[in-house]
Design a protein around this ligand. Sequence first.
Ligand SMILES: C[S@@+](CC[C@H](N)C(=O)[O-])C[C@H]1O[C@@H](n2cnc3c(N)ncnc32)[C@H](O)[C@@H]1O
Length: 317
Amino acid sequence: MHTPVLAAEAVAALAIRADGTYVDGTFGRGGHSRAILAQLGPSGRLIALDRDPQAAEAARAIPDPRFSFFRTRFSELERVMGGTKAQGMLFDLGVSSPQLDDPARGFSFRGDAPLDMRMDPTAGATAADWLAAAQEKEIREVIREYGEERFAKQIAAAIVAARGSQPIVRTRQLADLVAKAVRTREPGQDPATRTFQALRIHVNRELEEVSLMLPQAVSRLADGGRLALISFHSLEDRIVKRFMQSLARPEVPRGLPLRASQMPQPVLKLVGRAVRPSQEEIRSNPRARSATLRVAERTAAAYNPDNRIEPGARWRN
Ligand SMILES: C[S@@+](CC[C@H](N)C(=O)[O-])C[C@H]1O[C@@H](n2cnc3c(N)ncnc32)[C@H](O)[C@@H]1O
């Protein structure tokens, strides 16, 4: 079962109005969605998204006229919402426990399964497809950057050497290969943890998705609406933090003589500081360990969504 991380804090951060429209951009198994619905009155609305067919299946168990579900990537948010504005949006990024725990999905180095790792198994290349075709340098950079793995060079070399004799198509095959290439062990961590995390982030274009979604979320937030994001990786949190800060403290173009009325106005107001889980939550749910919640509120200032930040992906899938 998926226990949502920082659930109470994230839902409280939305400051839910009973008659408002809300977005749960990462439905998963619906823990956050159910908490939001519980606070909505009869005229409230909840729009949920997830790219995973199993999440779509779980969403069918909520036959509530106030609830609608879309199986799509959250980088399609503007298309899904059309002209609708929301009073709050929540994104609980990364993978869900059911995705990690189901060996058949290929996310886990425990057990043996096809090396897939796609959150949406109906689209895009699998981790095995990518490892078969990528250059050694790309593999090394993905593992180093997204996995923060010291032995990225050795692992990439081992992958390229191994695939010369046999395609790498099973999770066990990759985990064994990585275990041989990683020379020191981190306590309590499987040597393949970092490599699997890196491949998963890359295969699902996770950072690019977040970069594409953030401006769309702001453009569909009503004045005073709240945006809450929970990230699980330092690179992901950095994208969220920089984006929020750039709209909360817009830069004044240098050398331009601007009157006060012409100064760029903040489009977001930061709400509180970054929130991290308590020791108690981490003890009962180890997945919470790396979580950070950031919250911002939409002001009434005009937003020019053409000033978008560039998607973060540097390597082709
Ligand atoms: C951490 S889980 C969310 C759990 C959820 N809050 C709950 O209470 O069950 C993240 C979910 O987001 C989905 N997801 C991740 N990236 C996505 C994207 N770019 N577009 C749509 N869904 C995405 C995953 O498929 C996964 O189900």
